[in-house]
Design a protein around this ligand. Sequence first.
Ligand SMILES: NC(=O)c1ccc[n+]([C@@H]2O[C@H](COP(=O)([O-])OP(=O)(O)OC[C@H]3O[C@@H](n4cnc5c(N)ncnc54)[C@H](OP(=O)(O)O)[C@@H]3O)[C@@H](O)[C@H]2O)c1
Length: 259
Amino acid sequence: MTERVTLITGASAGIGTELARVFASNGHRVALVARRVDRLTALADELTATGGAAPIVIPCDLQQTDAGDRIAEALTAAGVEVEYLVNNAGFGLFGLAIERDRAEQLNIINVNIRAMTDLTLRFADQLIRNRGGILNLGSIAGFLPGPGMAVYYASKAYVLSFSEALRCELAPKGVRVTVVCPGPVPSEFQDRAGFAPGFDSAILNVAPDEVARQAYRGLMANKRAVLPGAFIKLVPFLLRLFPRSFILTAVGGFQLRKR
Ligand SMILES: NC(=O)c1ccc[n+]([C@@H]2O[C@H](COP(=O)([O-])OP(=O)(O)OC[C@H]3O[C@@H](n4cnc5c(N)ncnc54)[C@H](OP(=O)(O)O)[C@@H]3O)[C@@H](O)[C@H]2O)c1
């Protein structure tokens, strides 16, 4: 029987590193994808030292359209199949969409949407064969429009919608799909996005390792969605109480105040 792995994108930092630790500590062999190979190698060494199966390290830039081909080739060369797919890699950019670099913003779509969709559809046969699962990193941002991070919020709305629809399509085939929708998580995300100082709300923060633990538990329990943190769980309900126009003004006022 072909050996099965958990493929994790964005494993070089933040939530992805913690997800790799959680999957490995639960006995899964992991395949780690990101651009920074030194980080992936160090993580692979750490996981091997704790007694797990040696991770497969796949340096890859998910902005490139051939990223899926390269990942598939690496897995074939290693003689493994995907049992669990964790689409975690992602980033956002803070500021007015019309002022931020257009190519950089299109790369949000390449990583958060295109690569996530490509890997999901590409490995669907293997996930079905192995009766495995998909864990997609959405965001609470996926529930509302986001002036000040317009492309990012829209990309996460796609992740949420795609994940829920796919869950319905794949359930009869024995594949579970869970979308994780965190609020603020302290990681490299904020610097990469170019957040203004003081923009973050530490009260709402949930640590990356806690997000990863809840995400893993949610996937294994076949939950539709995981919203880490007490307040974040309330957000979808609170949003239903207000007209969309009010939410749009409120989010815009909050996010654009620090510019
Ligand atoms: N932090 C938050 O507040 C928060 C909240 C809600 C949702 N999320 C979501 O959670 C996920 C993980 O975020 P995080 O907070 O852990 O962010 P992070 O610390 O910045 O880590 C992002 C990861 O994505 C990888 N990545 C980014 N661009 C890539 C590319 N072009 N090719 C390959 N890998 C790429 C990075 O690896 P390399 O740079 O080495 O390539 C890194 O491993 C993202 O989808 C994010 O949208 C985060």
